[in-house]
Design a protein around this ligand. Structure first.
Ligand SMILES: Nc1ncnc2c1ncn2[C@@H]1O[C@H](COP(=O)(O)OP(=O)(O)OP(=O)(O)O)[C@@H](O)[C@H]1O
Ligand SMILES: [Mg+2]
Length: 252
């Protein structure tokens, strides 16, 4: 499967994407977790220690395009090759490739940006799952960065602002190439919350994740929830999400 998590800022995209990737990895699947958020996130929820590393400068070369400065992956380096060489292996065997993180006032990620864009157009094929974590907002997911996804999972909290955002993202998603858009209700405190999220967003519900104080505590100490509370409610709910999406996307 190729899935990308989208939604309002703070809805829980990174927490759920990292846990989702690890659940797949723990089931013996080959998983690439892709973090295109220039702010920190996915490495924490995966439990990967190397938190800022993106594509190194050596992976990307500058070239002249009729007087304009452009960047591309180094001669001979494919997207799949870049993943083999530069993705970091984390717990449960998950590979993580991230866009370099924003650092310092003169931070410029132009090189990495173009390298990363090429990588998402040349992802490894058969036998790999791709789980992407996109930044909050509207531009990144649907205009360019989420183009590898076959399924968008819109993460929505049972609050008016989050549900309205989910509804608007669902409309934007109709302009994207992904065949499927579904909603995940997050931080729910009773089953009616999940139904409300589905109704208000107008999206099919893949599943729900309860409001879980253990997830918040894991975040506070910078740990993956799967390491902090491996049999807790978040782990259980995300296992159900993975199983539900596998049933929908994989031939019986
Ligand atoms: N099910 C949950 N129960 C309790 N807290 C949660 C749950 N899911 C996420 N959180 C908390 O919500 C906060 C935001 O989560 P997270 O960073 O995953 O969101 P995000 O959508 O990736 O945010 P951003 O838009 O900044 O990238 C964190 O403090 C996290 O611990
Ligand atoms: Mg995030």
């Amino acid at each position: 499967m190729r899935v990308a998590f989208v939604g309002k800022g703070g809805a829980g995209k990174s927490s759920l994407a990292g846990t989702f990737a690890r659940v797949l990895g723990a089931a013996g699947q080959r998983v690439l977790a892709l973090d295109s958020d220039p702010m920190p996130g996915l490495a924490f929820s995966l439990g990967v220690a190397q938190r800022d590393a993106g594509l190194p400068d050596e992976a990307v070369e500058e070239y002249d395009d009729g007087g304009r400065r452009r960047y591309r992956l180094r001669d001979g380096l494919t997207g799949t090759g870049a993943i083999e060489k530069y993705a970091v292996r984390g717990p449960d065997g998950v590979y993580l490739l991230q866009l370099g993180k924003a650092r310092g006032p003169r931070w410029d990620n132009t090189r990495q940006h173009f390298g990363f864009q090429q990588v998402i157009d040349d992802l490894p094929g058969d036998g790999w799952h791709v789980v992407g974590d996109l930044p909050g907002g509207t531009r990144q997911p649907f205009l360019t960065w989420g183009r590898y996804a076959q399924t968008f999972l819109v993460v929505v909290e049972p609050t008016p602002a989050s549900m309205l955002t989910g509804r608007r993202l669902a409309k934007l998603a109709t302009t994207a190439s992904a065949p499927a858009v579904m909603v995940v209700a997050n931080k729910v405190s009773d089953p009616a919350d999940a139904m409300r999220v589905a109704e208000r967003t107008g999206l099919p519900l893949l599943g729900a994740v309860p409001h879980d104080p253990a997830l918040y505590r894991a975040d506070q100490c910078g740990r993956a929830v799967l390491d902090h509370d491996p049999d807790g409610p978040t782990a259980g709910a995300v296992r159900s999400l993975v199983a539900a999406l596998r049933r929908r996307t994989e031939p019986a």
